[in-house]
Design a protein around this ligand. Sequence first.
Ligand SMILES: NC(=O)c1ccc[n+]([C@@H]2O[C@H](COP(=O)([O-])OP(=O)(O)OC[C@H]3O[C@@H](n4cnc5c(N)ncnc54)[C@H](O)[C@@H]3O)[C@@H](O)[C@H]2O)c1
Length: 244
Amino acid sequence: MGRLSGRRAIVTGAASGIGRATAQLFAGEGAQVLAVDRPGADLAFDNPAILTLAQDITEDAAPDAIVCKAVETFGGLDIVYNNAGVGFSAPVADTTDDQFDRQIAVNLRAAFRIARQSVPHLVKSGHGRLIFTASIMARHTDNGLVAYSAAKAGVVGMMRTFALELGRHAVTSNAILPGAIATGMTAASFQREDIQAVWAKKAALKRLGQPIDIARAALFLASEDGGFVTGQALGVDGGLMLRV
Ligand SMILES: NC(=O)c1ccc[n+]([C@@H]2O[C@H](COP(=O)([O-])OP(=O)(O)OC[C@H]3O[C@@H](n4cnc5c(N)ncnc54)[C@H](O)[C@@H]3O)[C@@H](O)[C@H]2O)c1
């Protein structure tokens, strides 16, 4: 028996990085998974328990399309992992309205709308799990991250309200705050060995994170093991932020 045996899950941003690793791990632990990513993204998996949906999560009809597909195919919904995200860096003075709005739209607004759409199904589940990928940049920041940090801090605030309101229905809501993880988002930076070395050295564990490191944290929160954990922002950063 897998740790998610019989559970039905949605994972967004599942074509790459953290989302891909999580979709595979959840399916390997017995869940049926709807793996969602943008049209054109590589959504090929070799596990038949993973169903795919090419859908831009920022579209008006996206929450309905995603949640309906999962519920109609699986007969219900237990886990929603709002993980899809975009990162963009520009100095405050150069960040345009469009750039700011886009980061809020993908990283915060779309996650809210999908979570809201899933609430009745998570309540019905009797052990619903909402999980969000925020970032250590929800608590901290770096040069160029004005929109990203705002969006990710928003995710953590939003996650807490879901936790408070849905706790009486046995639904948990938590956010994972990854540190420096080797994924599609960071590939351009981390293909430079000097940049990779700087970030690895900063972490107490002296290495970059891999997508599976975050997927395992998501599995904990999604499984029975995480059943009494709610409203938490869980840093999974290898000790990156321990030192100032
Ligand atoms: N990699 C890191 O160091 C790091 C650190 C902290 C937080 N995060 C967060 O982790 C999450 C996953 O990112 P990742 O690092 O795996 O990067 P990634 O680029 O490998 O994966 C992100 C996925 O989200 C998808 N996506 C983006 N916009 C979308 C949209 N509008 N509709 C549907 N899908 C969309 C992308 O196509 C991509 O497949 C993001 O929320 C990111 O902000 C990453």
